[in-house]
Design a protein around this ligand. Structure first.
Ligand code: PMV
Length: 329
């Protein structure tokens, strides 16, 4: 039996603009998905998932088409969850050249689903790591990242950026520009996250920015300006100037707002964080709903967010310098 875990992530800067070739900086956070994998002596898969906003379910099958859950939860949620696990299993079988390996798999996650915190990437990364090790193969973090990216491409019909999977596999702060992903230096970042309990539709939000950008030169300029913030932000990260980073996060949020990807609840949480004295705050991920990220070394922002209408959950999550790791074997 092997247990591996992998972190979720926030975007310090650059979401949406990264789709048009600008750089972005995702950062791993100390919220993890843990995947336990035990090889079976047949070719079946038994998946038990907890805390995936699903109240726990178990499903046993030999191929995805015949997956039948033993609890009454929506078929689409099950298929969404199982899709990533299945793709991770395929990658592990391929890496170990064991096409018929069967597994008992347990997924536990403290990352809210579909909220811009990279929950599916974390499950995929941890699943590939645990699955390959259980079969006696040790991949580097970069190899796990590449296989997790391929798994996400399979599940998401060819629409996936490398940001989430690379960041989850390697940990720390990461710079992504097209296919080029690399670790960058960062100081301790006191992240506070606010979650409105909902999830935006990434495809729709990306399409909205695309049409604004095609229609208006100033919208295309706004996307380039986000890229400028990221380029300057990288220098500020290297200098460790957390106050200046906060100002840049505020600026980045304003530009995302102008591109139409914020929402009333995200704006309310961003302002609550600023009112509480956060150094800066912005939405993270695709937007439309989901999470904001603020920088605050004190307790004030977390407390302020907990009293903010529209904020369902607020928690602290420092930058996680660890990527995927083995918890038990
Ligand atoms: O919401 P997330 O964490 O899936 O992030 C989406 C980020 C976008 O830049 C909007 C899209 C992308 O694929 O990079």
């Amino acid at each position: 039996m092997v247990v591996s875990s992998a972190p979720g992530k926030v975007y310090l800067f650059g979401e949406h603009a990264v789709v048009y070739g600008e750089p972005a900086v995702p950062c791993a956070i100390e919220r993890r998905a843990r995947v336990t994998v035990e090889e079976r002596d047949d070719d079946r898969l038994r998946v038990h998932a907890e805390d995936l906003s699903l109240d726990g379910f178990t499903v046993e099958y030999s191929d995805e088409a015949n997956a039948t859950p033993d609890v009454d939860v929506s078929e689409s949620l099950i298929q969404a969850g199982i899709g990533y696990i299945d793709a991770a299993v395929e990658q592990a079988r391929d890496a170990a050249d064991a096409p018929n390996a069967g597994f008992d798999i347990t997924v536990e996650s403290d990352i809210p689903l579909g909220a811009g915190l990279g929950s599916s990437a974390a499950v995929t990364v941890a699943g590939i790591d645990a699955g390959t090790r259980e079969l006696g193969v040790e991949l580097s973090a970069e190899e796990v990242a590449e296989r997790a990216y391929q798994a996400e491409l399979d599940v998401q019909d060819g629409e996936a950026s490398r940001a989430d999977t690379f960041c989850s596999a390697t940990g720390g702060a990461v710079r992504v520009e097209g296919d080029d992903c690399r670790a960058i230096e960062a100081p301790d970042l006191p992240f506070v996250i606010g979650f409105d309990g909902s999830a935006g539709d990434t495809g729709e939000l990306v399409a909205g920015v695309r049409s604004l950008r095609e229609e208006y030169d100033f919208a295309a300029e706004t996307v380039r300006n986000i890229g400028d913030i990221v380029r300057y932000g990288e220098q500020v990260l290297a200098e460790g100037d957390v106050e200046e980073l906060g100002k840049l996060m505020n600026f980045n949020h304003g530009l995302l707002e102008a591109l139409g990807v914020s929402s009333r609840s995200l704006d309310q949480m961003v302002w609550a964080a600023r009112d509480a004295g956060a150094l800066g705050a912005k939405l993270t991920g695709a937007g439309g709903g989901g999470c904001i990220v603020a920088l605050d070394p004190t307790e004030a922002t977390e407390t302020g967010l907990k009293f903010t209408p529209g904020c369902e959950d607020a928690f602290r999550a420092e930058l996680d310098t660890d990527g995927v790791r083995v918890e038990e074997s």
